[in-house]
Ligand binder design. Structure first.
Ligand SMILES: Nc1ncnc2c1ncn2[C@@H]1O[C@H](COP(=O)(O)OP(=O)(O)O)[C@@H](O)[C@H]1O
Ligand SMILES: [Mg+2]
Length: 137
């Protein structure tokens, strides 16, 4: 990603923070010519990674950015925590797999909803999820 045109950061530790992160995502992505459907997909993905921070890591942060890469502009969502990390990331990306009582659709859902999805995690260090969705020029 070549240029960051705007950024909002939201610390995540409570349900109210999930709402705030969704809101920031909608405001920033709303500056771009996304369809209403795409805006909803972006805010849904933000909710899922924010809930994962609360449920599986305790606290963390979400950054939402308007980014430009050549002719493309888009939205980038980065969810970061210093929680326990994920021992088996491939398993965590499988539909329906949850270490707790969850539906296990959050991470695989985000991967489907966003054009780019990267999961970077290490046990004992934390988890970084980077997702992007582009508006073609
Ligand atoms: N930020 C995180 N920190 C630690 N583990 C996580 C995190 N996000 C996801 N996980 C792990 O990946 C699994 C799958 O996540 P997800 O698909 O959102 O399902 P769910 O949250 O319903 O369990 C979780 O059950 C959890 O074990
Ligand atoms: Mg989840």
């Amino acid at each position: 990603v070549r240029a960051v045109l705007a950024e909002r950061r939201v610390p995540i530790s409570s349900d109210a923070d999930v709402v705030a992160a969704r809101h920031e995502g909608r405001v920033l992505a709303g500056r771009l010519p996304f369809s209403r459907t795409d805006l909803t997909l972006v805010t849904t993905a933000i909710s899922e990674v924010a809930r994962n921070i609360i449920e599986h890591a305790g606290s963390g942060e979400i950054a939402v950015r308007v980014v430009q890469d050549g002719e493309r502009t888009g939205v980038e969502v980065v969810a970061e925590d210093h929680g326990p990390g994920i021992p088996d990331p491939a398993l965590a990306l499988r539909d329906g797999w949850s270490s707790g009582g969850g539906l296990g659709l959050g991470l695989p859902g985000c991967r489907r909803l966003m054009a780019e999805f990267h999961l970077d995690t290490e046990v004992g260090r934390g988890t970084l999820v980077t997702m992007r969705k582009w508006c073609e020029a």
